[in-house]
Design a binder for this molecule. Structure first.
Ligand code: AMP
Ligand code: SF4
Length: 456
């Protein structure tokens, strides 16, 4: 997953991009980058690490101009080095061009092989660079035409921003898998993965880009909307609602906080528990736990404290660090737990390692019983559309039944939300649910590694 932000028409474009990226930091912590445009040239700075560490007053002052866009990265495909940090910038026949991508292209490897065979040289192993080559090679007379032509060849998930000296182009894939919104601050137009970035810079939310919509803004003009690709049924990522987006975001037209509370209330209906107290796995489980508590008529309390000085453990690339991370980031509140029957709500179980540690932590703190409730269905299939999930062999729910998982995590009971219940709570049709149902609406990669990841 990644976060993207763009602003066109503001004297402090790079500074606002920097602030906007802060509000998208939860979408990726591996690298951060900003590119600005001035006088026919693009200026770029990219670095590994968090936004606050990647930029200084000095690096920001080296990003002049009234248009800028930025990216925070969380690797799904490609390695972890600086070469894969975005935005990517190239010089092609049409001039300098930079691109920032949130999502994952499923046929990138096949396209890369084809482009390499024709002599293309790649600087990174990221799927986004493949897209850049396709745009550079396309024949259209404008950037928009070239992009539209390039995208005809691409399958998968993408919300994109392209910056050229004279324009910024935003594009959402025809399924609308990843979010992208349009905002306005004074005379400037703003694009962002989530409304959280608009709120931070005090921009107003105009609307979400529609699936398959391309929007251009130019100095003093726009937004100009186009639909260069054939329409397909929408398939917005339901996991953005469950987990990924920040709860204060307006996501796919709804409050993510309200959606998560409804997920929790629905979970309470489907899987009630004889318990004294409801607690959340912070931070992502909090709204669902509150919804569960309200739905069940039980008190909600803070039974786990999260340290905000370590990153999300799942995102840490190495298994060894991940294990260490659970203890680093969560602490149990004995006062809330001792002698009580506890419902603990989390948004998902991936490998099961986090849940197992949390249940142990709660019991060590004196909980009499621990009832684990998950505000999404069992994660049984890997995501190929931009969320980093392991192969089926590592997804505990792909190979184990609910009772077996309950035993593994040592919970007294375990309940997952049903697919129907989840869809009712997100109030919508047109969602991708592939990681829960295996229905891959936006295609599958053809490579052997991906097919191995699908093996159960
Ligand atoms: P695990 O220990 O592998 O079962 O990890 C489950 C935990 O990781 C849950 O607490 C989730 O909130 C979190 N999580 C689930 N999916 C992701 C993801 N794609 N990226 C980061 N964290 C995740
Ligand atoms: Fe989202 Fe799951 Fe679909 Fe991936 S497979 S896009 S995580 S709903």
């Amino acid at each position: 997953m990644c976060g993207i932000f763009g602003i066109q028409g503001h004297a402090e474009a790079a500074n606002l991009a920097y602030l906007g990226l802060h509000a998208l930091q939860h979408r990726g912590q591996e690298s951060a980058g900003i590119v600005s445009a001035q006088d026919g040239r693009l200026h770029a700075h990219r670095q590994l690490g968090l936004v606050a560490d990647a930029f200084s007053a000095e690096t920001l002052s080296g990003l002049p101009g009234s248009a800028a866009m930025g990216h925070v990265r969380y690797a799904t495909t490609g390695g972890h080095g600086l070469a894969n940090a975005q935005p990517f910038t190239v010089e092609y026949a049409g001039g300098p061009l930079s691109i920032a991508h949130n999502g994952n292209l499923v046929n990138a490897q096949a396209l890369r092989d084809e482009l390499s065979a024709a002599g293309a040289v790649f600087q990174s192993d990221s799927d986004t660079e493949v897209l850049l080559h396709l745009v550079a090679q396309a024949r259209g007379s404008s950037l928009e035409e070239r992009l539209g032509e390039a995208l005809l060849r691409v399958q998968g998930a993408y919300s994109l921003l392209l910056l050229a000296p004279d324009r910024m182009v935003a594009m959402r894939d025809p399924h609308g898998l990843r979010p992208l919104v349009l905002g306005r601050v004074r005379d400037a137009w703003v694009f962002a993965s989530e409304t959280t970035a608009l709120d931070l810079i005090e921009a107003t939310y105009v609307r979400e880009l529609e699936p398959g919509e391309m929007v251009t803004v130019v100095p003093g003009g726009g937004p100009f909307s186009r639909r260069p690709l054939p329409a397909v049924p929408p398939a917005r990522c339901v996991f953005e609602q469950v987990y990924f987006a920040r709860p204060d975001a307006t996501l796919f037209g709804q409050s993510a906080y309200a959606v998560r509370k409804r997920l929790g209330a629905q979970l309470a209906k489907e899987h009630p528990a004889q318990a004294d107290v409801v607690i959340a796995v912070p931070d992502s489980g909090v709204p669902a736990a509150m919804g569960y508590a309200q739905g069940a008529g039980l008190p909600y309390e803070v039974g786990l404290i999260r340290s905000h000085y370590v990153g999300r453990t799942f995102i840490e690339p190495q298994q060894a660090i991940r294990h260490f991370g659970v203890k680093l980031k969560l602490a149990a509140v004995r006062e809330v737990l001792a002698g009580r029957r506890v419902v603990v709500v989390d948004d998902s179980i991936v490998r099961g390692t986090t849940s197992r540690k949390i249940v142990k932590m709660l019991k060590d703190a004196g909980a009499a019983e621990v009832h684990l409730r998950i505000s999404s269905p069992p994660t049984r299939w890997p995501c190929f559309y931009g969320i980093d999930t392991p192969s089926r062999q590592e997804l505990i729910a792909a190979t184990h039944g609910v009772n077996e998982i309950a035993r593994y995590v040592t919970a007294d009971s375990l309940g997952y939300l049903s697919v129907e219940g989840m869809l009712e709570a997100v109030r919508g049709e047109g969602y991708c649910t592939a990681c829960f149902t295996g229905k891959y609406v936006a295609g599958l990669p053809g490579e052997p590694a991906a097919l191995r990841a699908l093996g159960g």
